[in-house]
Design a protein around this ligand. Structure first.
Ligand SMILES: [Fe+2]
Length: 245
């Protein structure tokens, strides 16, 4: 009985929302350009939900991936302008910025060379890699990005289960920031992903927490997380850099 009470007490969340983070820098809210929001209405539902969860600024990051989501600066920014108008018409007071989530493939290094990439807060560039196998050109790409003045941010490292913690430490040594998905802490992507996320937190390697919100179902996961002390107390007990953006 005493043990049960103790367990209950330690799992009570010390924060009730994500306002401590301030800014979310990973989401898919531009309608119709990737596997995120399908319509403007869905985008608005997600934005309202994020505001209710305590976020004050949202940086949305549609996929750019030639095989699945062949977006360009133009397709993304055209969609983003429409979204901004809809947000203003709906009277939602939220700071919005748009960048992209780049997939590191064989074409990416050439993209870094030739294009002005979509970044946020100056030079921050969100990038993802395959969840199945290590990309052969990762460190080449990171090196190239640094030369061009970009600050690489590795999206959801905990989803690349083929790497151990040491490899992520090496990425940080190469000048990368690491962004873990908040939903990984709930077990939403499975136990191994949650465990790797916890190891990265324990090793103090995590710079940022992102929602990576794709659809309103993700809102429900985050709303539920606010009631869970095992998730919220992890967030409350650490200093993330979200609010610096
Ligand atoms: Fe994403």
């Amino acid at each position: 009985m005493i043990l049960q009470l103790f367990k209950k007490r330690i799992s009570k969340p010390v924060i009730s929302d994500f306002s401590i983070l301030g800014t979310d820098m990973h989401s898919h809210l531009v309608p119709g350009v990737d596997d995120g929001a399908d319509t403007v209405e869905t985008s608005l539902t997600m934005i309202k939900g994020l505001m209710e969860l305590g976020y004050k600024k949202i940086i949305t990051t549609p996929h750019i991936r030639p095989d699945y989501f062949p977006n360009t600066r133009e397709t993304i920014m055209t969609g983003f302008e429409k979204l901004k108008k809809a947000v203003a018409s709906a009277g939602l007071e939220i700071e919005l910025e748009c960048a992209a989530e780049y997939f590191v493939d064989f074409e990416f290094k050439e993209k870094i060379e030739k294009e002005k990439l979509l970044t946020f807060s100056g030079n921050h560039l969100l990038m993802e890699i395959s969840t199945f196998s290590p990309p052969p050109n990762l460190y080449d790409s990171i090196f190239q990005m640094r030369i061009k003045g970009y600050q690489p941010i590795i999206a959801h490292p905990e989803r690349y289960g083929y790497y151990k913690v040491d490899e992520f430490s090496k990425m940080k040594d190469f000048g990368c920031m690491l962004q873990v998905n908040t939903m990984s802490l709930t077990g939403h992507y499975g136990k191994p992903t949650k465990e790797l996320a916890l190891k990265l937190l324990k090793a103090d390697l995590v710079d940022l927490l992102g929602t990576d919100m794709h659809h309103p179902g993700h809102l429900e996961v985050l709303q539920k997380a606010t009631k869970d002390g095992s998730v919220m107390n992890l967030i409350a007990g650490r200093k993330f850099k979200n609010a610096t953006f």
